[in-house]
Design a protein around this ligand. Structure first.
Ligand SMILES: [Zn+2]
Length: 306
């Protein structure tokens, strides 16, 4: 079945790059609606932006979507991951500025807010995108691939020269609540030198040691250190789920990311949809529905934070 919310979930925080305060309201929406964003601060033209792969505008630091009137919203990937990881396929996300609030840099506060608002089962079957053949994009040493599988699996590898991160690899089947339990609380991460460079360009003004894992060489500067020894690769998997959610329907397939980022996952979706014989829409009633990410997620799946 398709899912939405029982009531509106409200989130207040700051934009990672602007540093400006932002309020985001995730409203319930009818079956078949999909995920849309709307900018409540935009009075002229069309303020609605579809959360779909073809609305993505190339951006180095985050996932940014825009409509035909040039109205955009950025840093959508963590709330998209929270929605997908909670099986919510219908919602209207109202934001009063150009950026989604960063909160703690992970998706866990979004998941918690969505669960508090209540998950609503709707009277319509969910359609999933079943991958029928391997599709791959490469760029230097980076790679992103989708291939056939009964369930959404995410296989990610990163390789940083920085001692605090180094090589990390993880594979996870996203069926049921695995995303919420294993990935949702992993925060975005960056080098201290990159933070300094971004600040000089007027970016990352809302970034703090609390909403990102900031490291320098072998040292983690954020107080309390890491939430998981492999928090960075877990966060990359979280980002991948959020970016894959822009397919517009849950994916049944195996995603492999090697040093991949937002732009590559979007290129991969573009490559998939450019090949009509590489995928098919599949009805997920009955047992197949239980294989989708987020079905049956509850508060007990959220990782405990001290
Ligand atoms: Zn991220």
């Amino acid at each position: 079945m398709q899912y939405s919310l029982k009531s509106t979930a409200v989130f207040q925080g700051h934009g990672l790059h602007s540093g400006a305060p932002v309020t985001m309201k995730v409203h319930p929406a009818p079956a078949g609606h999909g995920i849309w964003f709307v900018r409540s601060d935009v009075a002229q033209g069309d303020a609605r932006i579809p959360a779909t792969w073809d609305a993505v505008v190339p951006s180095k630091l985050c996932t940014l979507i825009a409509n035909d009137d040039g109205v955009s919203v950025s840093t959508i990937e963590h709330v998209m991951a929270a929605l997908a990881g909670s099986a919510i396929s219908n919602a209207l996300v109202e934001v009063d500025g150009p950026e989604v609030p960063i909160l703690d840099g992970s998706a866990a506060p979004f998941v918690e807010g969505l669960l508090n608002a209540g998950i609503l089962e709707q009277d319509a079957p969910v359609l999933a995108i079943r991958v029928l053949k391997a599709v791959e994009v490469r760029e230097g040493e980076a790679l992103a691939r989708l291939e056939p599988s009964d369930m959404l699996e995410i296989d990610f590898k990163i390789d940083f020269t920085d001692a605090a991160i180094g090589k990390q690899a993880k594979v996870l089947n996203m069926a049921n609540g695995a995303f919420v339990r294993e990935l949702s609380d992993s925060r975005t991460f960056c080098r201290n030198s990159d933070v300094i460079a971004m600040r000089e360009r007027g970016l990352a003004l809302g970034g703090t040691l609390e909403n990102a894992v900031v490291f320098e060489g072998a040292k983690v500067l954020s107080p309390g250190g890491l939430r998981h020894a492999d928090e960075p690769v877990r966060h990359k998997m979280l980002d991948a789920l959020g970016d894959l959610a822009l397919a517009g329907a849950p994916i049944l397939g195996r995603y492999t990311g090697v040093r991949a980022g937002h732009a590559m996952t979007n290129k991969l979706l573009r490559a998939l949809f450019a090949q009509p014989d590489a995928w098919v829409l599949q009805d997920c009633e009955g047992r197949a529905g239980g294989k989708l990410p987020g079905v049956g997620v509850h508060h007990g799946d959220l990782p405990l934070r001290a």
